[in-house]
Design a protein around this ligand. Structure first.
Ligand SMILES: NC(=O)c1ccc[n+]([C@@H]2O[C@H](COP(=O)([O-])OP(=O)(O)OC[C@H]3O[C@@H](n4cnc5c(N)ncnc54)[C@H](O)[C@@H]3O)[C@@H](O)[C@H]2O)c1
Ligand SMILES: Nc1ncnc2c1ncn2[C@@H]1O[C@H](COP(=O)(O)OP(=O)(O)OP(=O)(O)O)[C@@H](O)[C@H]1O
Length: 562
């Protein structure tokens, strides 16, 4: 304030203050200000000029007034920016939501198309009246039911009519009664209780999305006839694959840079071609190496163009892998749709998913090619990255991946905590603050998810594992969600850092603020042939591969229970 001047507050401050307000207020307010300014300004200006006295004081006064005016404008500007940022965030979120819905509808549409196609085929077979043909077209579901009814755990099922329960099993229709109940006479109290219970209200159960019924589920798993809920005889013991005609083509995939694998590959190719008379496919770089070594191998087939890979499943009867689990993952990744049956030989260190011994390859392949053979349906996850285009990156807006093990989202090189908002079927679940998150299949439960503290899950238990990586929280336990859910992981627009997604430990992709990753169970599992039987193979891998619960036995001598 200039010295020697005591202006009335009304006189000087009022016109400036009112001018500031007038920008955001109404025109009426501006008019009022103008009137006030004229009235007060004239009076005030006279006393102000008298009081200021010098030109220097006048300059100082105006500089001070302008600075406070600028401050208030900055505040106003930052408020406006925040409003714009909020609006942009809402737009990005709703865009991700609608893209996710589109994805879901597309998936449902594709499944429906497949289902219709299968129904049409079945119908065509039925109308042709060819009973034998009809029998052949039975799906794996029927095989499952056969397997259940035959009841054998480790012998392949026969296709005859079985009884409803296995030899040593409990029939679900048989009510287990207490001793006292068995001995009770019809007019005892227990009997009356039964009469009362038979008059209980009836009800109805339904399965499937939006209340649409799913008859297969009802007949396979749960029955609710007469109001009594009973689970089926036994959930399936094992899925069996039977060949309708002998397999004629195999695709051999090999771990690179391994002398023992290359040697085994050559030997296997000769046996398959010369003895079994089947067509053998290999990867094009493998063919090149083999032909350089021996021109005999020029008879091998290879996909020369990438487009041919997309149709591979239409040409191949069996996929063989020679390597470790990484080679199985590699094989699964080549098939972006249906996968032919997979026979994996253990030529790596751990070999969790490679049950067959390479030194017994002829015997193993004979058995598989003859059938029937037990298979484990290893489910995969379909992962879709949806990018926020406002980030201005060059990556595609939508990118799809199929994983057999897991998709992991981590903080990469960033030193900040990840900030991952997770939704399950559009319901907010939690925000992962830590090193990251693993969304795993049951097959992948023994890989990275296990290292992050997730449970080991038998590959045929349907579900999606939700395992945090080093969460900075005391109560974040891993979850297993049902297989039918759709998960969405979103990087909030105001996140400090970015995240990285890896698909089966490969194809790392950066995920930025506003991007989303949508994950659901894929319709195309990997049918992996078992050496023994699914559960036996799994438990053997857990015990022998991971040395699960290995501990020296406690000695016999020592204190005992009295
Ligand atoms: N901290 C960890 O344990 C960790 C870290 C990164 C990746 N991984 C795993 O490695 C996998 C990629 O495998 P790779 O062979 O290409 O890479 P790799 O050569 O680095 O081998 C990783 C190890 O994981 C084992 N493995 C892979 N899948 C498995 C499964 N389903 N069950 C049990 N063990 C399994 C392999 O046998 C191998 O020993 C990823 O999918 C991920 O699950 C684990
Ligand atoms: N055909 C292939 N082409 C290119 N890379 C492959 C191929 N097969 C496997 N790989 C890669 O080679 C790496 C090692 O393979 P794999 O895991 O089978 O062998 P391993 O490490 O000796 O065995 P284990 O996984 O049992 O320890 C993996 O990262 C895998 O992705």
């Amino acid at each position: 304030m200039p010295p020697n001047h005591q202006p009335s507050t009304e006189c000087v401050a009022s016109p400036l203050g009112e001018l500031h307000l007038s920008r955001e207020s109404s025109i009426a307010r501006v008019s009022q200000v103008e009137l006030d300014s004229v009235k007060l300004g004239v009076e005030g200006w006279a006393s102000l000029s008298a009081g200021i006295g010098s030109q220097r004081n006048l300059q100082e006064y105006f500089q001070e007034a302008t600075a406070s005016d600028e401050d208030s404008h900055l505040v106003e500007f930052s408020d406006a920016l925040q409003t714009v940022a909020k609006a942009l965030r809402q737009v990005a979120e709703s865009k991700a939501r609608s893209l996710e819905e589109t994805t879901e509808w597309k998936r449902k549409y594709e499944l429906e198309v497949i289902r219709c196609h299968q129904l049409r085929q079945l119908l065509a077979l039925k109308t042709s009246g060819d009973e034998r043909q009809d029998e052949k077209s039975k799906t794996v579901v029927d095989e499952q039911q056969d397997s259940e009814s035959s009841g054998g755990a480790s012998s392949p099922p026969s296709s005859g009519n079985g009884v409803c329960c296995s030899r040593e099993g409990i029939c679900s229709q048989q009510v287990i009664r207490q001793q006292s109940f068995r001995n009770s006479s019809p007019d005892s109290e227990d009997w009356n209780d039964r009469k009362i219970s038979s008059e209980k209200a009836s009800f109805h159960l339904a399965w499937g999305c939006s209340g649409r019924s799913n008859r297969r589920h009802k007949h396979d798993v749960v029955s609710f006839e007469s109001g009594n809920i009973t689970t089926a005889v036994r959930s399936n013991k094992q899925i069996t694959l039977k060949w309708d005609s002998p397999p004629k083509s195999v695709f051999i995939l090999t771990k690179p840079n391994s002398v023992s694998v290359a040697k085994m590959c050559k030997e296997m190719v000769r046996w398959l071609k010369d003895v079994k008379n089947v067509r053998v496919f290999v990867e094009k770089n493998v063919k090149k190496e083999l032909v350089e070594d021996d021109p005999y191998y020029s008879c091998l087939q290879a996909c020369e163009k990438d487009e041919e890979l997309t149709l591979l499943h239409t040409k191949i009867d069996i996929v063989i892998t020679l390597g470790g689990d990484g080679t199985v993952l590699w094989a699964a990744n080549l098939f972006k749709g249906p996968v032919p049956p997979l026979v994996s030989f253990s030529m790596g260190s751990l070999g969790f998913m490679t049950p067959f011994q390479s030194d017994r390859y002829q015997e193993c392949l004979e058995t598989v090619m003859k059938g029937p053979v037990f298979i484990t349906l290893r489910h995969r996850l379909h992962c879709r990255i949806i990018r926020n285009k406002d980030n201005g990156g060059t990556e595609p807006e939508v990118e799809d991946h199929l994983v057999l093990n897991e998709v992991s989202i981590d903080r990469g090189m960033s030193s900040y905590l990840t900030n991952l908002e997770c939704y399950c079927d559009n319901l907010y679940v939690t925000c992962v603050q830590g090193d990251g998150l693993i969304l795993s299949t049951p097959s992948g439960s023994t890989a990275y998810s296990l290292a992050a503290g997730g449970s080991m899950v038998h590959p045929q238990v349907p579900g999606i594992l939700f395992t945090p990586i080093c969460p900075h929280s005391l109560s974040f336990r891993p979850l297993i969600l049902p297989e039918h859910v759709t998960l969405r992981v979103q990087i909030p627009i105001n996140s400090r850092g970015q995240a990285w997604a890896s698909f089966d430990g490969k194809d790392r992709r950066q995920i930025s603020a506003g991007d989303a990753l949508i994950v659901h169970m894929s319709a195309w599992p990997v049918p992996a042939a078992c050496d023994d039987e699914s559960t036996h193979d799994f438990l053997r891998s857990v015990r022998e591969g991971l040395h699960w619960n290995l501990r020296k036995s406690q000695s016999f001598d020592g204190p005992r229970e009295q």
